[in-house]
Design a binder for this molecule. Structure first.
Ligand SMILES: [Cu+2]
Length: 70
């Protein structure tokens, strides 16, 4: 089990938060998703290390983008 935090750009309200968390939570192995709107970060807990590209795709599906860093 591990938690990785990503920065996401473009989230502005609670609706954005729920869109991102619902898309990311559909990724295989994800057990928890915590989105912090104030800091624009998404902390993802998963059984196995996640593929950054898969996370980026899920965030993109929700209509937002992973920031370049971290
Ligand atoms: Cu919004």
């Amino acid at each position: 089990m591990q938690t990785t935090t990503y920065s996401v750009t473009g989230m502005t309200c609670a609706h954005c938060v729920s869109s991102v968390s619902s898309e990311v939570s559909q990724l295989a192995g994800v057990t928890d998703v915590q989105v912090d709107l104030a800091t624009g970060t998404v902390s993802i807990t998963s059984a196995e290390p996640l593929d950054r590209a898969a996370v980026a795709a899920a965030v993109d599906e929700a209509g937002y983008e992973l920031a370049v860093t971290p």
